[in-house]
Ligand binder design. Structure first.
Ligand code: PMP
Length: 362
């Protein structure tokens, strides 16, 4: 007997390879491969997480009510048009499943976030990856790629793994240029790190048209990657669609409590962003001082470009020999690059030292 076959489009998907957390034979490892927050979880979130232990026999609030209200208050949004999910990945999954499908197309930029590709194919969409200019989404090329079968356009701003930030005027030009039948998914997973004054994560665009949605996460600046909690902000009609298909208890009880507490932690975001921006600049400068290109980044990570895949692999091995795990980018067609999360001051210094030693010896 042979195993039953899935839908053919699924067999073209390569499984997502998450950042590793172990190096065989190395005891002390420092994980800088998944763009997690540098400061660990907010203390109030840890307390709230522990508190939920005595309620573990209960299903969570299926509507994530307290969390949606806390998000609404923090960001000035209508809680009725927010949906929480098990990471923003889950929100993206539902959006793409609901609006994509066989015979449709999903448009993304060439080095856009990989889950758009995986989820798009899962939904049966033809995924069109549009060439970029200097690792930045090219609005004219994206608009030109949109056709009658296009149902979804995904843009992460800032983008992972490139770190690029599309100027606000360009984001708006892209949105305005899309035909009515196309859903514009603005993924703002790294929004908190952006210091560009004209930047707007997406809520205004969601409020101004019926075809735009914004996704956000607690996995990055809020330090809750392990809890799997994210959210989306929608026009009412799209919110109603996603609420029909999401799991009734999709955000677990501890995740809801931890996220509410994280939002209430005083100065957490300010402190984290100040640290990130200081050390992103310092680490970028230290790597560039070794003659290695670093792409400008607006997230909590940098993309270091070693010129060739072979040199990049050697650098990766040099980092690993010191217990430093960063992310190879071959699956993004950027085999010459390593993506490095901005960690603590000590961790960033270790990376800078390791790369300086590599550059000297290699
Ligand atoms: N969007 C982007 C651009 C990301 O980098 C990530 C995390 N790698 C996500 C969405 C998903 O984050 P999560 O599911 O943890 O909310």
């Amino acid at each position: 007997m042979t195993a039953p076959a899935p839908r053919p489009s699924i067999l073209s998907i390569e499984a997502y390879a998450p950042g590793q957390s172990k190096i065989p034979g190395v005891n002390r490892i420092i994980k800088l491969s998944s763009n997690e927050g540098a400061f660990g979880p907010p203390p109030a979130a840890m307390d709230a997480f522990v508190e939920t232990a005595k309620e573990l026999h209960r299903y969570p609030d299926g509507g994530s009510t307290a969390l949606r209200e806390a998000i609404g208050k923090r960001f000035g949004l209508d809680p009725a048009r927010i949906i929480c999910g098990a990471g923003s990945d889950e929100i993206l999954l539902h959006i793409i499943q609901a609006y994509g499908g066989e015979g449709t197309e999903l448009v993304m930029s060439a080095h856009g976030f990989t889950m758009y590709d995986i989820t798009g194919r899962y939904a049966g969409c033809r995924v069109i990856k549009v060439p970029e200019k200097d690792l930045m989404a090219d609005v004219d090329a994206m608009l030109a790629a949109v056709g009658p079968r296009t149902r979804i356009v995904c843009l992460a701003n800032p983008n992972n793994p490139t770190g690029s930030l599309l100027p606000q005027s360009e984001v708006e030009r892209l949105q305005k240029g899309l035909p009515e039948h196309v859903l514009f998914v603005l993924d703002a997973a790294y929004a908190e790190y952006v210091t560009e004054p004209s930047y707007e994560a997406g809520a205004k665009l969601v409020d101004s048209t019926p075809n735009t949605v914004m996704t956000r996460t607690f996995s990055k600046v809020f330090g809750l990657g392990g809890m799997r909690v994210g959210w989306g902000y929608f026009p009412q009609a799209i919110c109603d669609v996603i609420n029909r298909i999401r799991g009734p208890f999709n955000v677990n009880i501890a995740a809801q409590a931890a996220a509410v507490a994280a939002l209430a932690e005083p100065d957490w975001v300010e402190k984290s962003v100040a640290h990130n921006n200081e050390w992103r600049a310092k680490l970028s400068a230290a790597i560039e001082a070794q003659g290695i290109k670093v792409w400008p980044s607006h997230g909590n990570f940098i993309l270091a470009d070693f010129g060739t895949p072979a040199r990049c692999k050697a650098a990766d091995e040099a980092l690993r020999s010191r217990g430093l795990i960063v992310r190879g980018m071959a699956s993004y067609d950027l085999a010459q690059c390593l993506r490095i999360t901005i960690g603590t001051a000590e961790e960033c210094t270790m990376v800078a030292d390791a790369i300086a030693a590599f550059a000297k010896n290699g």
